[in-house]
Design a protein around this ligand. Sequence first.
Ligand SMILES: N[C@@H](CCC(=O)N[C@@H](CS)C(=O)NCC(=O)O)C(=O)O
Length: 250
Amino acid sequence: MTIPRLVTITFSHYCEKARWGLERRRLDFVEDGHLPLFHWLPVRRAGGERQVPLLVVGDQLVADSTAILQWADAQPSDGPRLYPDAVADEVLTLEEGFDHDLGPAARRWAYGFILRRREYLMRLSGEGAPAWERRGMGLGFRPVRWLMRRGMRIDEAGIARSRDKLARTFDDVAERLSDGRPYLTGDTFTAADLTFAALAAPTVVPANNGSPFPPVAELPADAQAEIEAYRAHPAGAYALRLYADERGRG
Ligand SMILES: N[C@@H](CCC(=O)N[C@@H](CS)C(=O)NCC(=O)O)C(=O)O
């Protein structure tokens, strides 16, 4: 079998979710990383529609991060299961909730800061994508920013709504963990925990995210203050613990 190819936007948190899931299942794959907008061509060439992550397995396409985690879980592997049978339905329900609410909210909130200055976006784009895409992104920063802001409705009203959604999600997660359970569905790390941590990562900036974040100290002061507040929230601290304890390879 040819080695599966994961087409990504290198720093996308949905792509981090897929990458982490494949690594946790100890499956071989190669990452085909790109920058936003530049990803369209490789996605179309592979036969996908437009979004990443997209996993290409021979002539099979697995689109959407949840489908990729489910695919990974079904492969023969000695890696830990992502959807243990006893809690599989609960895991999927939690995961879909995070995909729907937390993912877009964390992304819009983070881009609100990152798109302010070319250098922030360039730092975020530092690794894993072809050099010509990086050059193109630097040269075309203003039109790229305009397209991204328009495509993801990154404006003050949208960012404020995203902040509310982040607060609700963090409070729900903290409430669920408040009975002392070590993971969201009980005693075992699952796709629900992985999804929460990966999609919350832009707000808490873990040191070992699969695609490195710029140093927090180099972000604007208002971003640093919000990141500190998310890190101090029990759900933010939980996401950081998952990165520290569970994100290593295998
Ligand atoms: N529900 C999808 C969401 C994926 C998604 O939003 N991908 C974004 C990157 S974070 C994307 O491809 N955006 C580019 C575009 O729509 O052109 C999943 O879980 O995979």
